[in-house]
Write a protein that binds this ligand. Sequence first.
Ligand code: ZN
Length: 61
Amino acid sequence: MTGIEPWLREILRCPKCRAELRDEAGADGPELVCTGEDCGLAYRFEDGIPVLLIDEGRPPA
Ligand SMILES: [Zn+2]
């Protein structure tokens, strides 16, 4: 449970490529992972809020 309002979750997009984000369980907790084919950045949560900053995104392994 990430605590994001459903309407807000609906409009969240990757700040880099504007693709939709999917919920994933990362090693350090929930993440939002970009569905863009050439992007795939994973964004962590901080205090229940997704950190949607390109510089903070973790590139796919
Ligand atoms: Zn992206």
